[in-house]
Structure formats: C-alpha cells, structure tokens
Design a protein around this ligand. Sequence first.
Ligand code: UT7
Length: 337
Amino acid sequence: MSSAELSVFIRAIGVHTPERKLTNAELSKMVDTSDEWIKTRSGIGERRIAGPGENPSDMGAKAAAKALERASLTPTDVDLLIVATMTPDVPFPSTACLLQAKLGLRRDIPCFDVSAACSGFVYALQVAKDMMRSGAYRRALVVGAEKLSSVVDWSDRTTCVLFGDGAGAVLLETTSEKNVGLLGNLLGADGNNAELLHCVGGGSAAPATADSLRDGKHFLRMNGKEVFRHAVRVMAESCERVLSKCDVKSEQVAWFIPHQANIRILEAVASQLNVGMDRFPSNLERYGNTSAASIPLALEEAWTDGKIKHGDLVLIVAFGAGLTWGATLLRWHEPTR
Ligand code: UT7
C-alpha cells in the first residue's frame, strides 16, 4: 500500500487543567472590573491558574498520559511529539523535549514545538498529519499546553480577565481506512498585524533587563477591539474555505469546535455561517481563553459529554496572535475511552 493512501485520525484524547480556580469575583478585587462586565463581554466565569511548579510541559505530560492510557498504549508506542504553545517553559530547549523526558518517550523520535499562538493546535495537527502520511510515523502526540497566567499583566483589566491555563493532547494514528480523521485543512497568517497581540520583551530583540521588567515589557498586550474584528472575519472565512475545499456544506457539519476566545466572537462566527449556537459548544464559562489548549479542551469535553459521535463531521477553527488562523475538518472516529 502506498503511503499516500494513509488517513490520520484521533485515536485518543486527554486533558489536564490546574486545580486552582480564579473566579470573576476574585478578579474584581484585583482590578477595576466586575463579574457582570466579564460575563457579558466575554462569557467567562472563571479560569484555571497553574501553581508555581506546574508548567506547560507538566500539564501537557498529564494530558498526553491520559490519552495514552485511554488508548491502552505506552509512551514507547509514540513516534512523534509536537507541542503547540505560546508560553514555553523556557526559551529553549523546546517544551516538547521537556515533555518527552517527563513522559518517557523514546529517544529516536522527533520532538519539537510549534509557535502559532492560539492557532498552534490546528497548525500542529496539520504538521503531524503531513509527516505521518509519508508513512514514516505511525503514532503522534499533538499537545496544546499553556500557562497564560505567566505572561498576563495582572494589573491590566483589559487582558487579565480573559486568559487561563491548561493542556489537551490527542494521539494521532495512521489508518488505511478512507474518509476518516483529518480530512481537509487550511492555515494562514498575517504578520503585518503582529502588533495587535504580542509581547515585546524577553526575546533576542529585547532581552529582559531591570528596565524592561519595570516597564512590563514581558507581558502580553492586545488591541482587543481590532483582534475581535479580525477573529470573526477570519474564522468565518476559514470555515467557509475549508468546507468548500472538502465539498461539504455547513449543514452537514455536526459540531463546530472553535478556539474559545470570547462567546461574542463565537456567536458572530456562528451567525455569519448561519449555524445555530447549539452546534458551537463552549467551555469559556469555566476555562476562559487557554490559547493552544482551548480546542483540545473543548473537543474532549464535547466528546465526553456525548455530543460528538462516531462518523460526525467536526470542524475545528482557530485564530490568534501572529496573526494566525487555521481550520481542520474531521470525520470523527470514536476515540478509545
Ligand atoms: O485568542 C485570541 C485573543 N484574544 C481575543 O480573542 C480577544 C478579542 N477581543 C475581545 O474579546 C474584546 O474586545 C474584549 C473582551 C477584550 C473587550 O470587549 P469590548 O466589548 O471590545 O470592550 P472595549 O475594549 O470596547 O471596552 C469597553 C469599555 C472601555 O471603557 P470606556 O472606554 O468605554 O469607558 C474599557 O476601558 O470597557 C472597559 N473595560 C473594562 N471594564 C470592566 C475593559 N476591560 C474591562 C474590564 N472590566 N475587565
């Protein structure tokens, strides 16, 4: 059988979120905000906050271990690891290498990070799929793991209310079955709008100094209104384009699993696609925006809640800093429990 015939599907999925919950009521004691403002403008009720020793590689390793356990596989069965994160444990080495060591994956496999912010999971899925379809890798772990609480300015009410920490992992596997798993995909980016959502300090262009720390250059900054506008347009367009590429109508899609950024963004995208919110599951209320972790978290929840069923068409779509975006159409193959 030629490797071009291989499909790639999600054999198992696992998640991990920190125990600590930070509620809107607590936040309103930290900055000038209210539960009412946060809920109305974003749909967020609370978010999870990682503890001091709890890093993306730790949360990602737990999510990945859960996926492996559900698949009745061991770490040595994994042939490839890709971690999507915008909050790596350290500038280098990659979070993937740290996770590899924590999980006990083999040493003869590629392990690397993908940096595409909130679109990272969708980007990483596509990279994994293309590497696997060559036949060189049978099983891959794709992990989205974030500790946004470490880059949020807790005195900036326009951003600190939105983000949270967590991780989700999928175990991908190749199969000769047709029309299953990752069917079609679209990725895009617009670096001309990089400044709409960025962190200017701490990299090689502006290494951390006492002054940069004092000026808060290592924190995430965002032009929320502009990001909102781009997010709605690009997520709706990405869905339409990937559906047209796959010759599928939006009515045929059972579930849309969007990056969980803001409930009003989801509502606007659903409305542009003429799809009811009952097909746009959201966990924003409990987790906020967890960047690259948000899609696997929402996907796992929609599946464990009994929403997504074997054979369903599922469309995942993301948008984030870069700017970046991406969408993937999946034919759901019931993962092992
Ligand atoms: O993963 C992708 C990353 N990011 C996103 O997707 C975020 C996209 N943007 C958004 O979600 C929204 O733009 C926000 C939730 C960030 C803001 O909502 P908005 O409806 O665009 O509000 P706004 O920025 O226009 O602010 C309205 C008012 C302002 O006061 P004035 O100027 O009208 O007096 C803000 O200062 O609300 C004020 N405000 C707040 N008030 C209470 C901003 N943040 C807060 C806050 N609590 N936390």
